[in-house]
Design a protein around this ligand. Sequence first.
Ligand code: ATP
Ligand code: MG
Length: 255
Amino acid sequence: MGRVVAVANQKGGVGKTTTAVNLAAALGRLGKKVLLIDLDPQGNATVAIGVDKDSLNGSVFEVLTGELKPKAATVYVEQANIDLMPANGDLTAAEVTLLEEDMGPKRLRKSLKKTRMNYDIIIIDCPPTLNMLTLNALTAADGIVIPVQCEFFALEGLSALMGTIDTVQEQLNATLHVDGILRTMHDRRNNLANDVSNELVTHFGMKVLQTIIPRNVRLAEAPSHGESVLDYDLSSNGAIAYLALGNELVRKTNI
Ligand code: ATP
Ligand code: MG
């Protein structure tokens, strides 16, 4: 049964989508059967992997509202060799519908019950808020990967997120596990980045992943070409880092 991993942090612009897309592509290259779920109405992961978010036949929205089965809302992305359940602005409406339901936070978990049998790993790209969509992801997930940009305010939002994870563990999903805190956009020459990185290790110890994602221009360029960084420039430091992350996650979680 495939492992479900949510990539989440309510802080915006920390590298969630970059991580979800490129980790998915890295695991695809490592021979794993991968489903990437875009759970953000911004649809950034959808666009970044090369799918037109304005002409979707089905999306995660219809899965959450029960109109479509997951398979009918999934497209195969040939270049990256992964499946994608895309999203666009319609998803904002799903959040409102889910808020009105008792089943609200458990919708995605229920939808993926059978689907997860078909994959080694399902990666969920979360929006930058602790809303009903993120709650759905954390309730459906076995593990959470938390991208953190090594900068001054990085730690501040983390305690709120850890609090949410505790609440989800108590009330909705007792087996949710922190697969790792991922340091992103790291610049070795920047003293503050190194300080924050060390502080993360002091606070969270083994929860901090060994792989560090460097600041790399190829990672920023790849989405505008609709390609993962592995297809865009396999020799770049960004591609090498995300392959290392894929390997680390495989070792850590037996995917
Ligand atoms: P949001 O909260 O809006 O969903 P996010 O957490 O998903 O944002 P990304 O979209 O992945 O963050 O990244 C924010 C910006 O930083 C993007 O323009 C992305 O291309 C760029 N970026 C992410 N990681 C790196 C990196 N390691 N090196 C250089 N640029 C990066
Ligand atoms: Mg994003």
